[in-house]
Design a binder for this molecule. Structure first.
Ligand code: ATP
Ligand code: MG
Length: 295
C-alpha cells in the first residue's frame, strides 16, 4: 500500500472562474510533495485499482456517465496521463476520442456536433483528448480558421463570437450535467521552458522522433496568446458541475497523480452502488441456483 497523503485535487480545482489568473498557478508545483518514483508508482497503482472497481459499479448501475476533457499545449503530457490513469480499467467501459483539425464533414455542422456524437453512454467513461474547447483556443489564436467554418455572414460574426461560444459551452455543460454526465476538465499546465526541454528530447532521441511535429514549433511562437485564451476559457466556463483542474505539468509523475485522484473523486461523487435486485429477480436467482445444484 502507498502511504496516505493529503488529497491533491482540491488544490487545483477551479469551480468558479471569477478572478482566475493562470499566472498564479505554478507548472512546477508538487504540493510540497517530494516522493520518490517508487512511492508515486505505488500510489498511482492503488488509484488505478480504485478507478477500476468504481468503473465496474458505474457500468452495472448504468445511470451516470463520466466525461473527462483534456486540454493542453503540445508536449504537456495529455497522452501519457490518459494512458497511465486509464491503464487497468476495462476497455469496454471506456472510450478515448482525439479531436484534431475538423474534417469537411465536421465543418458542415455546428461546433458542438462532433463531440456530441462522441459523448459516453450511461455507465461509461468518455475521454476527450482535446474537445470543443479548441473552438475558443486554437481558433481564437488563429481567427482565420473561422472562415473555414462557413458561418453565414448575415449572422454578423465578429469579436463577440468568443463570448457567444463561452455561453454555448456553459449551456451545453449545464445540459449534460442535468442529464447525468459528471464532467471534469483538465488543463495540463506545462511551462514554456519545460515544453522546450521536451521538444529537444523528441529531436534527440530516435524513439521519440515520431512525436515531433515541426508545426509544434510554429505554435510555440503564439505561447502568450494561448495562455490568454486558456485563462479566458477557464474563467468563462468553470462551474461546480463542470470544474477545471489546472494540473501542474512540469513533472509527469505529479500530473498523473493529480489526474488519477480527480478521476477517483469524480467517480466517488456519484455515490455508486451495485443496482438493487427486486424480489422477483431474487426468486429467479434462487430457482437458477437450485437448478444448477441439481445438475
Ligand atoms: P500529439 O501532438 O501528442 O500527437 P495532439 O493532440 O497535439 O497530440 P495533433 O495531431 O498534433 O494532436 O494536433 C491536433 C491539432 O488539431 C492541434 O493543433 C489542435 O489545435 C488542432 N485542432 C483541434 N480542434 C480543432 C478545431 N476545432 N479547429 C482547428 N484546429 C483544431
Ligand atoms: Mg500535437
Amino acid at each position: 500500500m502507498a502511504k496516505a497523503l493529503p488529497s491533491l485535487c482540491d488544490r487545483y480545482r477551479v469551480d468558479d472562474g471569477r478572478g482566475f489568473r493562470l499566472k498564479r498557478h505554478d507548472p512546477g508545483d508538487s504540493a510540497g510533495m517530494s516522493i520518490d518514483k517508487e512511492e508515486a508508482r505505488l500510489r498511482l497503482r492503488d488509484g488505478v485499482a480504485r478507478i477500476d472497481a468504481l468503473q465496474t459499479m458505474l457500468y452495472a448501475q448504468d445511470r451516470w456517465s463520466l466525461l473527462l476533457i483534456f486540454q493542453a499545449m503540445d508536449a504537456a503530457g495529455k497522452d501519457g496521463a490518459i494512458k497511465h490513469v486509464m491503464s487497468g480499467i476495462n476497455p469496454q467501459g471506456c472510450q478515448v476520442h482525439a479531436f484534431k483539425a475538423p474534417s469537411p464533414e465536421e465543418l458542415d455542422h455546428d461546433f458542438l456536433w462532433r463531440t456530441t456524437r462522441a459523448l459516453p453512454e450511461r455507465g461509461r467513461i468518455g475521454i476527450f483528448n482535446r474537445s470543443y474547447y479548441e473552438e475558443v483556443l486554437v481558433v481564437r489564436v488563429h481567427p482565420e480558421l473561422l472562415k473555414a467554418q462557413k458561418l453565414p455572414p448575415e449572422l454578423g460574426v465578429g469579436k463577440g463570437i468568443w463570448k457567444q461560444r463561452y455561453a454555448a459551452i456553459r449551456d451545453h455543460e449545464r445540459h449534460l450535467a442535468e442529464n447525468g454526465y459528471v464532467i471534469r476538465k483538465f488543463f495540463l499546465n506545462v511551462s514554456k521552458d519545460e515544453q522546450k526541454r521536451r521538444f529537444l528530447e523528441r529531436l534527440e532521441e530516435p524513439q521519440k522522433h515520431w512525436k515531433f511535429a515541426p508545426g509544434d514549433i510554429e505554435e510555440r511562437r503564439y505561447w502568450d496568446d494561448y495562455q490568454e485564451a486558456y485563462e479566458d476559457a477557464i474563467r468563462a466556463t468553470a462551474a461546480p458541475h463542470a470544474p477545471w483542474l489546472v494540473v501542474p505539468a512540469d513533472q509527469k509523475w505529479f500530473t498523473r497523480l493529480v489526474v488519477m485522484e480527480a478521476v477517483v473523486e469524480a467517480l466517488e461523487s456519484m455515490r455508486l452502488d451495485y443496482p438493487e435486485i427486486d424480489p422477483a429477480a431474487r426468486r429467479a436467482f434462487a430457482r437458477a441456483r437450485a437448478a444448477l445444484e441439481k445438475e
